[in-house]
Design a protein. Structure first.
Length: 398
């Protein structure tokens, strides 16, 4: 059975009206009266703790105490009406302490048997070691039971010694309580818990008939207890009843919820990662296809260019063939054309303008390097007299 939270300072969020408090009528005083805080322990709780301490070969054990904290006329009163076994307790540094499983178990048993109560302290059963306060127990108490009204009950079931330890006025040191009270009333919740978590071995019957009769009697008593109990009521604990041990229970539950959430988140993360990987693969494939399409288009363009180049090359080859066919004729025509300029060149020659003081001999010396060209110049210009030239006359130099 799971318990739940409302998100406020309450631990269990029970909703019901609290029963009005009345002092028990049957009370037995143990020790002196401690006016700092009066502690009342129900007889079933007191008896069960001794039975629990002696069970399992008198090994060391822990338990949780549940009840109510009340203030009447300025006097603080602690009513202890239930005890819950400290199952799955672990040993740390030589000291038996509550584990995460123990906190969860205590909370579940409060939800099942002791609704409308709160954690008021814890019990350390140390058979054969007396009822002395250990420093490690005090350190554990300060860590998880920090409310000034929370108590530690040390029990030695072998030597039948027990002592309550309470905070001093400054709430920083545990001190031995002067005494406490054992009260007697109809505690159906604790009776049912004791029946379901019995630590006393039943006496063997002398004969089968007596054994069957005992079993039937136990069955009838259990059914009567359940029928008298009626529906449990739930109440909302007050902010003053909030305790650090309750916070530890909340911490354990929240841790388990976070673990479940982390597992779910891990699953979603894995699915997201796989989806991302698939998306990347699809993108790579798409990019590859797109690149291949571009390459195909480039290849088609290049093939078209090659085809165009081949066509141009074929046309050029055809032109070369045609030119080769007409080459002899063109060569002859070219030779004829080249011959005519040579003749023209021979006839045309160079023009020299006669300057003052020049003679045909000096002109010949200038163009031919000696005077042998005088006759050529006279023939080319139709001169009869080599000495008959004038300044500014134009002469053809062959």
């Amino acid at each position: 059975m799971r318990y739940y939270f409302d998100g406020d300072s309450n631990l269990y969020g029970y909703h019901s009206d609290e029963k009005p408090f009345t002092f028990p009528t049957k009370v037995k005083q143990m020790g002196a009266v401690d006016h700092r805080r009066k502690i009342y322990v129900e007889d079933y709780v007191y008896t069960y703790l001794y039975q629990y301490g002696k069970s399992h070969s008198c090994t060391e054990k822990v338990a949780a105490l549940v009840g109510r904290q009340i203030e009447i006329d300025g006097e603080e009163i602690l009513m202890i009406c239930g005890a819950i076994q400290g199952k799955d307790a672990t040993e740390e540094n030589g000291t038996l302490t509550f584990s995460a499983a123990t906190w969860e178990y205590v909370g579940s048993q409060m939800d099942k048997y002791f609704q409308g109560t709160t954690l008021v302290g814890w019990v350390h059963c140390q058979p054969g070691f007396g009822a002395f306060l250990m420093s490690k127990d005090e350190a554990f108490h300060k860590l998880y039971f920090q409310e000034p009204w929370q108590v530690l009950f040390v029990v030695d079931p072998v030597d039948k010694l027990d002592t309550f330890y309470i905070y001093n006025e400054e709430a920083d040191v545990l001190q031995q309580a002067k005494g406490y009270f054992v009260y007697y009333e109809k505690n159906e919740e604790m009776q049912e818990y004791m029946l379901d978590h019995s630590v006393v071995k039943p006496k063997e019957a002398k004969n089968p008939e007596e054994k069957q009769e005992n079993e039937e009697q136990e069955k009838v008593e259990k059914e009567e207890t359940k029928s008298q109990e009626g529906p449990r009521r739930r109440r909302r604990p007050t902010p003053e009843e909030r305790i650090d041990a309750a916070q530890e229970i909340r911490r354990v539950l929240q841790r388990r919820a976070k673990e479940a959430e982390a597992a779910q988140r891990s699953k979603y993360t894995m699915l997201t990662s796989v989806s991302c990987i698939l998306c990347v693969i699809c993108l790579c494939l798409g990019y590859g296809l797109f690149s291949n399409l571009n390459r195909l288009e480039e290849l088609e363009t290049k093939m078209a260019m090659v085809q165009d180049s081949y066509t141009v090359l074929a046309e050029n080859v055809e032109d070369v063939k045609v030119q080769a066919a007409f080459a002899p004729r063109m060569t002859a025509a070219a030779e004829e054309e080249t011959e005519e300029p040579e003749e023209t060149q021979k006839t045309e020659g160079r023009i020299h303008v006669v300057e003052a003081g020049e003679t045909l001999g000096s002109i010949s010396q200038k163009y031919y390097g000696d005077g042998n060209g005088v006759e050529k110049i006279m023939n080319a210009n139709g001169l009869d007299n080599p000495n008959h030239i004038v300044c500014g006359q134009e002469l053809l130099i062959p």
